[in-house]
Ligand binder design. Structure first.
Ligand SMILES: [Zn+2]
Length: 386
């Protein structure tokens, strides 16, 4: 029987070994780290994939489907990867190489490496249904925990958004709302309850969110959004704005600010049985003023009586907005940029209208005519309440 050393020497004669410089010259090679999980967590070669030696045979075809591809295997010192290279040759891989000196030499030579951030075991359990999705995974969940999303309004649209964003583990949620919780809100504003009647909506929402997920930091702004405070609030640093505003002055203010600050806005609006959702992403698509350059004059605004809305409708529209916000935060999928999604709750019908950025838009166009905030007069807006 050969000794380990003899076996290793024998294997090394039958495989290709490359030093770091030669390995880096292989264009488009798949780099596979065959070490154990704890070694990988302490640092690895950027761009490498982790396929521990013990799972090599069963997982390599998923990691590298093309058996003619260049594959660079590495371990800590170059021995485990030599045996691994021999195994891959036997599986039919034709261009397998073992990295001489492994990760230890790689680091010793001052080459670049990354130390992966990881979730704690508690968070890994809490977000396991996200982590199981390949498009999200642990990396995506870490992104969500780093994400900062600002909600305009803690009303009908803001309620499902606040709840699902908090449940998803979005690290920081800003909520702007000057109102207090009243009885007529509870038909649809599910982040509030009888326990918080009479409380500021910002505080009520914060209590609900913190009971749901203490990982989320809630920043409450108990104020009406105006030209005076909007820059200060946006300067707190937000990746995405979810607009659940129920009035035109706020909608225009949020639009103009988002263009100037370069923050995407997930817009939603509801009326009776109808809802609309779209994403205004500065530079990539239209803004709200591309659709409606100016608000209607106050005298043309219809009746000032409260508008009615089916209670579940903001649940649906606010959830669609949340889906867009999460996709934007993760950088996955196709957001509703340049697409206005219309929902008819009575017919249960979704339709989509293409919308385009206008070169003559007064704010995001080529020659903007609006360069300062405008505080429009508050007026009733066809009962488009939230
Ligand atoms: Zn525009």
């Amino acid at each position: 029987m050969p000794t380990y050393r003899e076996l290793l020497d024998h294997v090394k004669q039958e495989i290709s070994e490359l030093d770091a410089r030669a390995a880096q010259e292989l264009d488009g090679a798949a780099w596979i780290d065959v070490r154990e999980a704890d070694e990988w967590q302490e640092g690895h070669i950027p761009g490498a994939r982790h396929v521990p030696r013990g799972f090599l045979e069963s997982r390599i075809e998923q990691a590298v489907p093309d058996k003619s591809a260049d594959v660079v295997l590495y371990c800590a010192g170059g021995n485990r990867s030599a045996f691994a290279a021999k195994t891959l040759q036997e599986l039919g891989y034709g261009n397998v190489h073992s990295l001489i000196g492994g990760f230890t030499d790689w680091k010793r030579n001052g080459l670049d490496f990354t130390v992966p951030r990881t979730l704690t075991p508690e968070k890994r359990t809490r977000y396991s249904r996200h982590i199981l999705i390949p498009e999200i995974g642990e990396e995506g969940q870490l992104k969500l925990l780093d994400a900062r999303i600002l909600l305009i309004g803690a009303g009908g649209l803001g309620s499902p958004a606040a709840l699902y964003l908090a449940a998803a583990g979005v690290g920081k949620l800003g909520i702007i709302d000057a109102d207090i919780v009243d009885e007529t809100n509870l038909q649809r504003q599910i982040v509030h309850s009888l326990n918080t009647l009479g409380e500021p909506k910002v505080d009520s929402a914060k209590r609900t969110i913190q009971a749901l997920n203490p990982d989320v930091e809630v920043v409450g702004y108990r104020e009406r959004l105006t030209s005076e405070n909007i820059d200060k609030i946006l300067d707190d640093g937000w990746d995405v704005i979810v607009d659940g505003a129920d009035n035109f002055p706020t909608r225009y203010l949020v639009n103009d600010a988002s263009v100037w600050h370069g923050i995407p806005v997930v817009h939603g609006s509801i009326y009776r049985f109808e809802g609309q959702v779209t994403v205004f992403k500065p530079k990539d698509g239209p803004c709200y003023r591309c659709l409606f350059p100016e608000p209607p004059p106050p005298e043309l605004a219809p009746s000032c009586s409260e508008g009615g809305v089916l209670g579940v409708l903001p649940g649906i529209v606010g959830s669609l907005q949340t889906n867009e916000a999460i996709k934007l935060a993760l950088g996955i999928g196709d957001p509703l940029v340049g697409r206005l999604l219309l929902f008819d709750a009575l017919a249960t019908d979704f339709s989509e209208v293409q919308i385009e950025r206008r070169a003559d838009c007064p704010v995001c166009g080529d020659h903007p005519t609006i360069t300062e905030y405008i505080d429009y007069v508050e007026f009733c807006a066809a009962g488009r309440g939230n």
